[in-house]
Structures are given as C-alpha cells and as structure tokens.
Design a protein around this ligand. Structure first.
Ligand code: SAH
Ligand code: SF4
Ligand code: F3S
Length: 436
C-alpha cells in the first residue's frame, strides 16, 4: 500500500531539524501529508544522530517502539547520521526498518518510499557530487525563526568525532542559492535566519566568505536578524569578527566550542587551536561587540584527561564567562582514533567532572542573565507561554524571554528586562517595534 501520511522525528543538531523540514516539504510535494496529532502515520522517518553512543542507541529503541497495538507497523525510514554510519547493517539490526537514507541522499526519499511500499528495502548512503539541494522543492512557509544550511561536512577530523564520516567532506552551497532560499523563507514568514554548517565559518563561494554572505543577506527587507552556527575557533577571520561590529542585523551571539581548556588534551583531540589562540579570538570578538554572548561546547573525560587538565577546563570557563554552554561526557565512537586511545577515563570520574563543570557553567550563565536586568532590548516573539497572555521570544543574546503581551507570533517586540532565571529572562513589553 502506498503511504499517504508521514511523521518525521528529528534528533541531534539543528542541521537535522533543517533536514527534517526539507524532507517534510519534499514528501508533501509528492502527494503525502503530515499525520495529524494522535493519528497513526503510514510512514515514520527517524532522522537520527550518531554523535554519542546514547544518541545512536536511541535510534534503535525508537524503531522498536513503532510497532502498533495490533502488531502492525508503519513504513519506517531510518535517516540522518545513524543511517549514514550503519548503512545496510541497519536492516540486519532491525527487521522493522524499511528504508535507510543518509544525510546527503534524502532527496531520493519519495522514490525510496515507493520502492519500500512495493516490498523492497532500499539503502542509499551515497554522497553524490550533485547536491541534494538542487533536487528539493523551494521553501514556502516558515516560522519566525528559520534555519538555513549553507555549509555541510567537516574536514577537521577531531579524534573523538563521527561528523566527518557521517556528513562527509566540507562543502559550501553557492551564495546565489542561499540568498534565494533566504528570500523564500522571509516571504514565508521568517524574521530571523540562522545559517547552519558543521564548520559554518569555513563557508566560501569563490572569494566571498561567510562575512560577505552575512552582509548580502542583511540587505533583505523583512529579515531582521541573522545568526550563524557552529563556528570553528581556527576559522574565525577578522572579516567575520568585524561583521559583529558593522552589521546591525547580525545578532551578538557566538557559539565557539572549545572542548577543553588543556593544550595537551586539545592536541590529542586534534583541535587545531590552543587555549591561547582561542582566548585571543574571544578578545577580538568582544572588542568588536562588547555585549556579545559567547557559548561553548565541552567534553569531559577525553582519554588521558588528568585532574589538572580538567581544572584547566574550569579555568577557561572562568576566563571566558560563557553565557551558555553544552557539556558532555566523552563517548567513544566506533572508527574514531580516540576510541582506541589508552587511558580511557572511568565513568565515575567523568560523572564527577561533568557535575563540577556544569555547576561552574551555570554560575556564569546566571551571571550573564542577571547582567541583562534593566536593559531595554527587543525580542522576536516565537510562541505562547504556559500562562494566559504570556508569550516567549528570543533576546538578541538568544535567551528565552517571557513577556505579557497581545503581540502575535512573529512580532519584533521592544521590551524592558526585569528578571533573570538560570536559563531565561522575564521582561515587560514597551511598545511594538516597527512592523516590517
Ligand atoms: N562542528 C561543531 C559541533 C560538532 S558536534 C564543532 O566543531 O564543535 C557537537 C558537540 O558534540 C561537539 O562540539 C562536542 O562537544 C560534542 N561531541 C562530539 N563528539 C563527541 C563524543 N565522541 N563524545 C562526547 N561529546 C562529543
Ligand atoms: Fe566534529 Fe571537530 Fe568537525 Fe566539529 S570540527 S564536526 S567536533 S570533527
Ligand atoms: Fe548528530 Fe549528525 Fe548532527 S551526528 S550532531 S545529527 S551532524
């Protein structure tokens, strides 16, 4: 039976969220419709993440849960980075999986669905030279804050990381395609666009770098805010840093993962930056845009990490005073060099270090939020809150901000910050900013 309804569940990073939206648009273009809430979809796409063991294992336990009460199952497509990493092996691990489709092949999803409905078990984990983007339908509708993939893949090969294997080599989309997609998103309701790439600041189109792309996008009427993520510390050039000072639409937020505060661990991780070069980059960013919020990623318990190495990580946290951060226990990944390194760290040590790191990070993010009290700023209203009359939007520094207002979703609202919580702000509405 040919499926007519689908549901897509995306896990992992923002790029998977973006890919999930593009798959939904593609399936809709091919006559399928999203299943309504509570209804059983004919097709389930699990758009998976391979970055840590827990994330990857979750993919299979989620597949197991798709069996319906009467014993029947929907058509199941395993997409995303687990699909890329496992390929045909996924079929062997679970008889419930009908389709295996990698992140560079999902433009072929409709024909794979047709084949699977006829009893085949198609696998496509190719990384074709011709970009999937050319085969996808144009964007039509968008929420107020949209993602736009501009760069994919990674050539950095950090020794712990699967991304270079699951997403392939670094590639940049052409500037003209990106500008066209941004226009379509703005016409479809977007006021803010976050440019995505595994190493977004490695984006280039000929002589044009990411800073030039940001400047080009800033000319789009109706687009109020631009962000980009994730930047690599080794690729933060002066032009990009200058953009924070010179392009008002570029929001004062820089996600710049450091992973560790110890040079010997950074070297073992093959990070291609040092503690000192990283701190100098932060200084340059703050000189350009003094209020810039810095966020980071951290791994504790990388093989060989000593107590002194870990304390160096706490020191860099204090030096940078992160506004936000994501921290993880090291997870050995099959096929990566770090997985077979000696002196893997015991789980109990990792647990303890993670707790200490997170406590320190929480102090700094609360301090950053507290420093916002009393500021007048603007938020982009994105959704309604739990309390009646309450709306939630993002500040320029990416804090979720709660406000009582009748302003609808999509409004740029001027607010006065009155309250700081560990992960959010409270504010009162001033007046509605110019409706664009
Ligand atoms: N391209 C980005 C993000 C990569 S994945 C970068 O260069 O930073 C997001 C985060 O997951 C990484 O920054 C890292 O902190 C974490 N991560 C990646 N591999 C991991 C592993 N094997 N174990 C634990 N955390 C990992
Ligand atoms: Fe992974 Fe390193 Fe590439 Fe980031 S830069 S995606 S952590 S290999
Ligand atoms: Fe996960 Fe793949 Fe993103 S491994 S973090 S979904 S690039």
């Amino acid at each position: 039976m040919t499926p007519t309804t689908f549901r897509i569940k995306s896990f992992g990073c923002q790029m998977n969220v973006y890919d999930g939206e593009r798959m939904a648009e593609l399936l809709s273009e091919h006559g399928m419709a999203p299943a309504s809430d509570g209804a059983e979809p004919d097709l389930v796409v699990l758009n998976t993440c391979h970055i840590r063991e827990k994330a990857a294992e979750k993919a299979y336990s989620d597949v197991g849960r798709l069996r319906r009460e009467d014993g029947s199952t929907p058509l199941v497509a395993l997409a995303g980075c687990v699909a890329q990493a496992e390929g045909a092996e996924a079929h062997r691990r679970s008889g419930l999986i009908d389709i295996v489709v990698g992140p560079q092949a999902y433009h072929r999803l409709p024909e794979m669905v047709t084949a699977a409905a006829a009893g085949a078990r198609p696998v496509d984990t190719a990384m074709p030279a011709i970009s999937k983007f050319d085969a996808l339908p144009a964007r039509r509708r968008s929420g107020p804050a949209a993602f736009l993939t501009v760069q994919e893949g990674c050539d950095k090969f950090c020794t712990y990381c699967v991304v270079p294997y699951t997403r392939g080599a670094e590639t940049s989309r052409p500037a003209a395609d990106i500008v066209a997609e941004a226009h379509a998103l703005v016409d479809g309701g977007a006021r803010e666009i976050t440019l995505l790439g595994q190493n977004v600041n490695a984006w280039a189109d000929g002589a044009l770098g990411l800073a030039g792309l940001v400047r080009a996008l800033a000319k789009i009427d109706g687009l109020e805010r631009i962000r980009f993520t994730t930047s690599h510390p080794a690729d933060m050039d002066d032009e990009l840093i200058a953009a924070f000072a010179e392009v008002p639409k570029l929001m004062p937020y820089l996600h710049l993962p450091v992973q560790s505060g110890s040079d010997s661990i950074l070297k073992a991780m093959n990070r291609s930056h040092s503690v000192d070069s990283y701190l100098r980059t932060i200084d340059r960013a703050r000189a350009a845009r003094p209020d810039i919020a810095i966020s980071g990623d951290f791994i504790v318990g990388f093989p060989g990490e000593t107590e002194a190495d870990f304390e160096a990580t706490l020191s860099i946290v204090d030096a940078v005073r992160y506004a936000a951060a994501y921290s993880f226990k090291y997870s050995p990944r099959p096929g990566t060099p770090a997985a077979t390194m000696e002196s893997q760290i015991p789980a109990s040590v990792m647990d303890h270090r993670l707790q200490r790191l997170q406590a320190r990070l929480a102090e700094h993010s609360l301090a950053f939020n507290c420093a916002c009290i009393g500021r007048d700023t603007s938020i982009l209203v994105e959704r309604s809150g739990r309390r009646p009359g309450q709306m939630i939007g993002k500040s320029p520094w990416l804090q979720s901000t709660f406000v009582e207002t009748t302003a609808p979703i999509g409004t740029m609202l001027d607010v006065h910050v009155t309250e700081a919580l560990p992960n959010s702000l409270g504010a009162t509405a001033l007046r509605q900013a110019e409706a664009a």
